[in-house]
Design a protein around this ligand. Structure first.
Ligand code: SIN
Ligand code: FE2
Length: 213
């Protein structure tokens, strides 16, 4: 075996793209996650929330877990129950939780257990403006994100919104972790292209697993 082959054979499934930013390409079972999104939507449908300032959020969202991220006129926060129904959010299935904890472990985040997962749904032309995830209690815990369906460009800026971004192409089945110094960095998603994906149609789904409480 040549040296190069050897390197390929032991190549890690994970790549650190910047301090605290880890990409696992084609890492997860797309059908497992897609079916889960559809199942969640049966009881906690995707909806367009309103910002505290009264603007409609173009990315549709829902949640699973002990708490769900929520936004309306009263502010950004985590809600224990879905305000639409008054019922608890669907649970994060154990098998999915395990996959997420394992990936976090590989990136050096021991004992990461997601108690909340926000599921975003993007349609063509929709983007996510740069923001920091900052409604969680503990910033030593990373964000673990899973992408499904139509590909998108995820951008990580730095401590400020502008400047040069690290552009990461997120394709269906990819898992991305941002923690450590990147945990409180601005990030966003570029406008979604108008494509058809065999599993999700025109949509892109993103699961954002967090330790929120
Ligand atoms: C987010 O930052 O909340 C979502 C990121 C993504 O859709 O990839
Ligand atoms: Fe975010």
């Amino acid at each position: 075996m040549m040296q190069n082959d050897l390197f390929t054979a032991i190549a890690p499934e994970m790549e650190e793209l910047a301090p605290g930013v880890f990409l696992f390409q084609k890492y997860i079972d797309e059908e497992l996650f897609f079916n889960q999104a559809m199942k969640v939507a049966e009881t906690a449908p995707f909806r367009h929330m309103i910002t505290p300032g009264g603007k409609k959020i173009n990315v549709a969202g829902t949640s699973m877990g002990d708490a769900g991220w929520y936004s309306d006129r009263r502010g950004y926060r985590y809600e224990n129950n879905d305000p639409l129904s008054g019922n608890a959010w669907p649970i994060i299935p154990k098998n999915i939780s395990k996959i997420i904890s394992n990936a976090a472990d590989k990136a050096g985040f021991k004992d990461f257990i997601a108690d909340s997962c926000f599921i975003n749904r993007y349609e063509p032309g929709v983007r996510l403006t740069a923001h920091i995830d900052q409604d969680e209690q503990n910033f030593t815990q990373p964000i673990v994100s899973v992408s499904l369906g139509v590909s998108a460009i995820f951008q990580i800026f730095g401590e400020t919104r502008g400047g040069k971004a690290l552009n990461i192409s997120l394709n269906s089945g990819d898992l991305l972790i941002f923690g450590g110094p990147a945990r409180r960095h601005y990030h966003g998603v570029k406008k979604l292209d108008n494509f058809d994906h065999p599993l999700t149609g025109k949509y892109r789904y993103n699961f954002t697993f967090r330790h929120a409480l």
